[in-house]
Design a protein around this ligand. Structure first.
Ligand SMILES: [Zn+2]
Length: 44
């Protein structure tokens, strides 16, 4: 079942420190979808 693999990749919520956009991201290198900044912080 391919779906199981996808569910293991947890999406985390991030907030861009440059433009204030909040979004969901996967992985270690997360880029703001709005301004492409890497200056983001993880929200818990
Ligand atoms: Zn941004």
């Amino acid at each position: 079942m391919a779906d199981i693999k996808l569910k293991k990749l947890k999406t985390k919520r991030y907030k861009c420190l440059d433009c204030g956009n909040s979004f969901k991201g996967i992985g270690r290198r997360v880029i703001c979808p709005s301004c492409q900044s890497e200056n983001v912080e993880e929200l818990n």
